[in-house]
Design a protein around this ligand. Structure first.
Ligand SMILES: COC[C@@H]1[C@H](c2ccc(C#Cc3ccccc3)cc2)[C@@H]2CN(C(=O)Nc3ccc(OC4CC4)cc3)C[C@@H](O)[C@@H](O)CN12
Length: 292
C-alpha cells in the first residue's frame, strides 16, 4: 500500500494477505544504563542497607577552608598547590564562615591545642577564602560534621558518592576528575577496631571478603590505613581504598564532645567499575564506545 495508490483509490482493486496480528514487532534498540551509574546505584544501596544517610554533594565549587583548613591540612601542604588543585579566580562573596569556628581553626593550625602542637606557622585567612573545585568529598564530610557539632550530640552514619577534581597528569587509569565514594561513622568511643569491622562489612557486600590493611598517612586522619583486597581473578592483592580516624585537631575545633570519634574511608567509583566491566582504559568509561 503506497501513498499514491491510497490517494488515487487504486487500493480498492488490490489484493492484500490477511493481517497477522500475532506477528512480533520490530526489536527496539533500547538504550543502556552507563556502567558507572549502575555501580553507583549498587554502592548507594549498600550504604543505605547499612543505615548510612547520603550527604548533600551538589557543590563542585568549595572554599579552601572546608576542603583543607577544616581538615587540619596546613596551608603550605603540596596538595594545596595549583599543580594539584584547580583554583577558581572568581572570588566568592556568598560563602560566609562561622567566625568563632574560624578562630579555633586558626589557633589549632598555628599553636595546636587538644593535645596537638599544631604547625607553628602564620595561618592566612585569604588562603582559606580561595575557591577551588573540591579535591575530595571529605570537604562535604567536614561541613556535615561541623553542623552535627552545633546540635546536642547524636551518633551519625553518612556517605557520599560524587565527582572530585584533581589537577593531575591524565593517563590510562587517571583523569583530572573521578567519583569519590566516602563513608563515615561518628559516635562516642569508636576505635580502629570499629573501622576495621565496618570495612569488612562494607567490602564483603562487594564480594571482597579477604582484606588486609597497611599503615598509611593522610593529613586529616591518624591512624590511617590503606585497604587491600585479594582478587581471586587476578591472583593478587589490589588496593581498594584508604581509611582512617579523623584527627582531634579536626574534630575538636568543630565543637564535638571530646569522647566522640569519627572513622571514615574512601575509594573511587571508576576503579571498581573498570574491573567489574573489564574496561582497560578509563577513557572508555567516558568515550562514545558502546559498552556491553
Ligand atoms: C587520586 O587517586 C585516588 C584514588 C581513589 C581514592 C583514594 C583514596 C580515597 C580516600 C579516602 C579517605 C581516607 C580517610 C578518610 C576519608 C576518606 C578515595 C578515593 C582510589 C582508591 N582506590 C580504589 O578505589 N581502588 C579500588 C576500589 C574498588 C575495587 O573494586 C574491584 C572490584 C574489585 C578495585 C579498586 C585505590 C587505588 O585505585 C588508587 O590507586 C586510586 N585511588
Amino acid at each position: 500500500l503506497t501513498r499514491d495508490n491510497f490517494q488515487s483509490g487504486e487500493w480498492k482493486e488490490l489484493e492484500f494477505k490477511e493481517y497477522n496480528y500475532s506477528a512480533k514487532g520490530q526489536p527496539l534498540e533500547g538504550g543502556n544504563l552507563h556502567p558507572l551509574l549502575k555501580v553507583r546505584a549498587q554502592l548507594k544501596q549498600i550504604f543505605l542497607c547499612m543505615g548510612f544517610e547520603e550527604m548533600p554533594t551538589n557543590n563542585f565549587v568549595e572554599s579552601s577552608f572546608w576542603n583543607f583548613d577544616a581538615l587540619f591540612q596546613p596551608q603550605q601542604h603540596p596538595a594545596r598547590d595549583s599543580h594539584d588543585t584547580f583554583f577558581l579566580e572568581a572570588r566568592s562573596t556568598t560563602k560566609i564562615l562561622p567566625e568563632d569556628y574560624v578562630l579555633r581553626v586558626t589557633q589549632v593550625h598555628e599553636s595546636g591545642g587538644y593535645g596537638s602542637r599544631g604547625y607553628a606557622y602564620d595561618w592566612k585567612r585569604e588562603e582559606a577564602n580561595k575557591n577551588l573545585l573540591r579535591t575530595h568529598t571529605t570537604s562535604v564530610s567536614s561541613r556535615m560534621l561541623y553542623q552535627l557539632a552545633q546540635k546536642p550530640f547524636a551518633p551519625k552514619k553518612y556517605f557520599s558518592i560524587d565527582r572530585v577534581f584533581r589537577n593531575e597528569a591524565v593517563d590510562r587509569t587517571h583523569l583530572a576528575e573521578f567519583h569519590q565514594i566516602e563513608g563515615l561513622v561518628c559516635d562516642r568511643g569508636l576505635t580502629l577496631c570499629d573501622l576495621i569491622g565496618v570495612l569488612h562489612d562494607f567490602f564483603s557486600r562487594l564480594g571482597m571478603t579477604k582484606l588486609k590493611f597497611k599503615p598509611a598517612y593522610n593529613p586529616y586522619t591518624e591512624p590511617s590505613m590503606e585497604i587491600f583486597s585479594y582478587h581471586e581473578g587476578f591472583k593478587k592483592w589490589v588496593e581498594v581504598g584508604n581509611s582512617g580516624m579523623f584527627r582531634p585537631e579536626m574534630l575538636q575545633p568543630m565543637g564535638l564532645p571530646e569522647d566522640v570519634q569519627v572513622i571514615a574511608w574512601g575509594l573511587s567509583l571508576e576503579r571498581p567499575t573498570m574491573i567489574l566491566y573489564g574496561i582497560d582504559s578509563i577513557r572508555d568509561l567516558f568515550g562514545h564506545k558502546i559498552l556491553g
